[in-house]
Design a binder for this molecule. Structure first.
Ligand code: FES
Length: 172
């Protein structure tokens, strides 16, 4: 049974990766040097997270956004993404509070996923934080990013409700 579930999960993941790759290949929008290719559902104050020079491929750095109570990661994945930013469109950022019950997620560099030690949900950082396994009913909140001309990387919003907040405002 477990083996069947693992096979199913791998199949689903392969499907979504293929789908996402096709979407990137057919995208006609011009490359944007600054702003991510998605709009945040909520705008938070613009906050500097790091500089381009601080990032190494597949080595996330810890961030806090939109405030000190909200841990996350900023990561350069080394592969062009539909909503990545930077010269290679490969930089993304996510909350690391599991949407299910708030356990702190752990990055796995072997498959670029964020993984929950609580109940084992898994989220794909190459697919906008999409849940690929587990009991959550929400994908991982992704932070919208942009770069300035000095290579400083800023966040200015999120696309999902961050765990533990009753609304998408800083007081929530
Ligand atoms: S807290 Fe992450 S799956 Fe339950």
């Amino acid at each position: 049974m477990l083996r069947d579930k693992q096979s199913l999960n791998q199949t689903r993941r392969s499907f979504f990766k293929t789908f996402a790759t096709a979407g990137i290949a057919t995208a006609t929008a011009p490359y944007q040097t600054a702003k991510a290719g998605f709009r945040a559902r909520v705008d938070y104050p613009s906050t500097r997270l790091a500089n381009l020079r601080d990032l190494r491929i597949n080595q996330p750095i810890d961030i806090n956004y939109p405030d000190a109570e909200s841990p996350g990661v900023l990561v350069r994945l080394g592969r062009k993404l539909s909503n990545g930013v930077g010269p290679d469109q490969d930089i993304v950022a996510y909350s690391t509070l599991c949407p299910h019950e708030g356990f702190r997620l752990i990055y796995d560099a072997t498959d670029k996923t964020l993984n929950c030690p609580g109940h084992y949900s898994r989220f794909d950082t190459e697919l906008s934080g999409q849940q690929i396994f587990g009991m959550c009913n929400q994908s991982l909140p992704q932070f919208s990013l942009y770069l300035d001309d000095k290579g400083d990387i800023f966040a200015d919003g999120a696309d999902e409700l961050i765990y533990g907040r009753t609304s998408n405002v800083l007081e929530g």
